[in-house]
Design a protein around this ligand. Structure first.
Ligand code: C2O
Ligand code: CU
Length: 476
């Protein structure tokens, strides 16, 4: 079993309620159409309980998480990234089927923006749903220091919910002084094992996130895992919870047993619940917990603070979210088949890999900060893993020949998971990230309809930096 850096937050269960002190803490909404600046720079955030020290972080516009950017489906987003960090950065718009030049990948789609300079991102958002943004340069450090935010694309018509709550979950690695453990950045121990796991879980940058709700209210929760490496197992307790979308794309609504959802780094889930359907006592709470590692860590609470009257009941299950204009017709008979072998890491069998055009043994690779490989290659290459003509259906069979789970993320496209370990999944979900457990396989398929150069990498950001990264090309 992999050793787990434990989530040792001081308070596992907290008594006492501060009604009236509720604070959703997501910064002000920003409409996307107007050009707006987004400044990445040093800042401070209170991540621990009231009265504890603030943590020195790197933030967008000084807030943790960064401002929620909201756009209507099909609308233009116009953001000027201003770099006030001490190192170059970019913004990647995770899950957006974007114009390649705006994908924000340093060294592949743009040069990283040096300190003191800026870059204008302009693109339209084809799909409604829950997306996020983060740096794509030294992301293992920049995301860990707090650089990320949500990009919410609204459906063309209003969805039948009374409240729409975005929840960004992150695990920070803090020292006893409440400051980010900087000394451990770049530790090969993390890179070759699970990645950098934090010890302090926050929802929307808060120690415990309180969400005021009314009895009978239909609430949409948009959950996003921005951890560097931790696979979160969240539970929304005491409620019937419907899964509505994964990675921004609608699924046929289905009930989540025990309100449980497992989210790998980078993944999102949209869920809907009817709050306290028969609860009339104000102050009643229902916990949102993190339950990996056999613990029950309270990360947030729904707090009952009223009742709404409804003339007609809402449909149960809720109606599906409207479909997005994805290419969903897979021509599997004529598909281009690609194999992707994941190797390396601690307790793995990898003896050597190519790096920068040279075959190296493990010692040599570690000397270069490389511990993982895809198809025998550690790190980026000048030539793509594969090229597909535009419109071609591509299948990728991913085989995890390591002792660690990996969250494989594809840029610019959403895919369907056809099979796991050779067995059809019959899944209706269109994903941008797929979690593959040790010694497991997954076969995915997508239509390569977005021209350009697109990354494939593990979203455990230390694995990405440690070699688990490649790219593919789609013809114009
Ligand atoms: Cu969310 Cu290539 O990243
Ligand atoms: Cu990985």
């Amino acid at each position: 079993m992999p050793a787990r850096f434990p989530l040792t937050r001081r308070r596992l269960l907290q008594g006492g309620l501060a009604l009236g002190a509720v604070n959703l803490s997501l910064p002000a909404l920003v409409r996307a159409g107007e050009p707006r600046a987004l400044t990445a720079g040093p800042g401070e955030a209170l991540l621990l309980e009231q009265g504890q020290p603030k943590t020195r972080t790197w933030l967008y516009d000084g807030v943790s998480p960064g401002p929620v950017i909201r756009a209507r489906q099909g609308e233009a987003v116009n953001v000027r990234l201003v770099n006030s960090l001490p190192q170059p950065t970019t913004i990647h718009w995770h899950g957006i089927r974007i114009d390649n030049a705006m994908d924000g990948v340093a060294h592949l789609t743009q040069a990283a923006v040096p300190p003191g300079e800026s870059f204008d991102y302009r693109f339209t958002v084809p799909d409604a749903g829950t997306f996020w943004y983060h740096p794509h340069n030294r992301s293992w450090e920049q995301v860990a220091r707090g650089l990320y935010g949500l990009l919410i694309v609204e459906e063309p018509r209003n969805v039948e919910v009374d409240q729409d709550v975005a929840i960004v979950a992150d695990d920070w690695r803090l020292g006893d002084d409440g400051q980010i453990d900087e000394a451990s950045f770049g530790h090969m121990m993390d890179w070759s094992h699970a990645g950098r796991l934090g010890n302090t879980l926050t929802l929307n940058g808060q120690d415990v996130l309180d969400i005021p709700v009314q009895s009978g209210e239909r609430v949409r929760l948009r959950l996003c895992n921005t951890c560097n490496a931790r696979v979160l197992e969240l539970r929304i307790e005491d409620h019937q919870v419907w899964l509505m979308a994964l990675d921004g794309q609608p699924v046929a609504p289905r009930e989540l047993p025990d309100g449980y959802v497992r989210l790998a780094p980078g993944e999102r889930a949209d869920v809907v619940l009817d709050a306290f359907p028969d609860g009339l006592e104000p102050g009643k709470t229902a916990a949102i917990t993190e339950v990996s590692g056999g613990q029950r860590l309270v990360a947030g609470r729904l707090i009952l603070n009223g009742i709404i009257m409804r003339l007609a009941p809402l449909p149960v299950p809720p109606h599906s979210l409207p479909a997005n204009p994805l290419s969903t017709t897979l021509d599997l008979a004529n598909a281009q088949a690609v194999d992707l072998l994941m190797e390396g890491g601690a307790m793995g069998a990898m003896a050597q890999a190519m790096h920068n055009g040279q075959m190296m043994d493990m010692r040599g690779l570690v000397g270069e900060g490389m511990v993982w490989a895809l198809n025998g290659v550690a790190g980026m290459t000048d030539t793509p893993l594969f090229s597909a003509p535009r419109g071609k259906t591509v299948t990728v069979t991913l085989r995890n020949d390591t002792q660690w789970p990996h969250a494989m993320h594809f840029h610019g496209h959403h895919f369907k998971v056809l099979e796991r370990d050779g067995v059809a999944t019959n899944s209706d979900a269109w994903k941008d990230t797929v979690l593959i457990d040790p010694q497991k396989t997954a076969k995915i398929a997508f239509v390569a309809d977005n021209p350009g150069k697109w990354m494939i990498h593990c979203h455990m950001l230390e694995h990405q930096a440690g070699g688990m990264t490649t790219w593919f090309a789609v013809g114009a």
